[in-house]
Design a protein around this ligand. Structure first.
Ligand SMILES: O=C(O)CCC(=O)C(=O)O
Ligand SMILES: [Fe+2]
Length: 277
């Protein structure tokens, strides 16, 4: 399957000239991560353009296309809380009962080769140190689920993700591997709700089409994005054209030993255990 794959070192994957993360004790590392942390706190997202090198990006895309036929096609109606069933006790226009269609193709970690530049990046201790500093925690741990830690999320012509909140993680990290010719715009309404206030009235108008406060997060190929999606509604507009939108998605944890919930895995990947074929 990956006979032509070659393994790139972490320094050959990450653009370490633009992002000086090898020496985590250096002043350059501190300056970079402090600036990005402030930006994330202010905007709820931060974009790191040209984060991976072109050859690493091309190799990741090539490997993903090799196994794309194994991707789980998620095509469903769901509300912004990622639920699929209505709550009959609530009014029809409550955001809990507003369903939107989404269609994406998900490749789990076990379908990506060990040589994947996405895995090299994810498991690099310098990477974890950088991200921890940006999101303001002492350290981050690998997710130890066979499916979850590193994924490729693909959007073909017409695919989209509807307005939603991310449910589990305090932050989400994505890497634009291939941008579509048209559409596939990542849009966010930062802090539309908070931990203390669900703000259902405003969330309702948003899911019904009121885009007040929405920002478009620019995503060039090679750009890494860290965002706080738990209280910031976000979506990906429909992709148009033959060039797929391909996103690397990474899940770090605040404690060691985290594995996925089998039910969640069944929904996201179409199976709950590793592919042993
Ligand atoms: O594809 C994207 O840009 C965003 C995907 C997303 O919403 C997520 O990973 O939580
Ligand atoms: Fe999301």
């Amino acid at each position: 399957m990956d006979q032509a794959s070659y393994e790139l070192t972490a320094e050959a994957v990450v653009n370490t000239e633009a992002y000086p993360i090898i020496d985590t004790g250096s002043a350059a590392f501190t300056a970079l991560t402090e600036q990005l942390r402030e930006e994330l706190d202010a905007k709820q997202y931060v974009v790191l353009p040209d984060f991976i090198r072109p050859a690493a990006r091309a190799e990741a895309v090539r490997q993903i296309k090799d196994v794309l036929h194994l991707a789980n096609h998620n095509c469903s109606d769901r509300n912004c809380y990622l639920q699929r069933a209505p709550d009959p006790a609530l009014p029809n226009d409550h955001p809990r009962n507003v369903f939107m269609s989404a269609s994406t193709r998900m490749l789990a970690a076990d379908l990506l080769p060990a040589s994947s530049p996405l895995k090299t990046l994810y498991y690099w201790d310098k990477m974890k140190a950088m991200v921890a500093r940006i999101v303001g925690v002492d350290r981050l741990y690998d997710n130890e689920d066979p499916l979850q830690p590193v994924n490729a999320l693909c959007y073909k012509d017409g695919d989209r993700s509807a307005w939603h909140f991310d449910s589990t993680n305090a932050f989400t990290m994505t890497l634009m591997l291939q941008a579509p010719v048209e559409g596939g715009r990542f849009e966010m309404i930062p802090n539309i709700r908070s931990d203390d206030d669900q703000n259902c009235e405003r969330v309702k108008t948003a899911v019904l089409g009121d885009r007040t406060g929405a920002v478009e997060v620019g995503r060039e190929e090679g750009a890494l994005c860290i965002f706080r999606g738990c209280n910031s509604l976000h979506q990906v507009s429909p992709v148009k054209g033959e060039r797929m939108r391909i996103m690397g998605v990474f899940v770090y944890e605040n404690e060691p030993g985290v594995i996925g919930d089998p039910e969640v895995n069944a929904t996201v990947y179409g199976r709950s255990t590793a592919n042993t074929a």
